[in-house]
Design a protein around this ligand. Structure first.
Ligand SMILES: [Zn+2]
Length: 51
């Protein structure tokens, strides 16, 4: 399986996600997801955490 390294727009932390969920995985943790949604409710996204 392919993995993609992304950078969390909230905290700047780099995290790795599976390629197939790359478009949905925007934030590194649920905390960052909630922080972002607190400011901007337009999108529904899933936090993805992996090794
Ligand atoms: Zn983050």
């Amino acid at each position: 399986m392919e993995y993609i390294t992304k950078t969390c727009p909230v905290c700047g932390h780099e995290f790795v996600v599976l390629e197939k969920v790359e478009k949905k995985a925007i934030y590194c943790t649920l905390e960052c997801l909630l922080a972002a949604q607190g400011k901007n409710n337009r999108e529904k996204v899933s936090p993805i955490i992996s090794a």
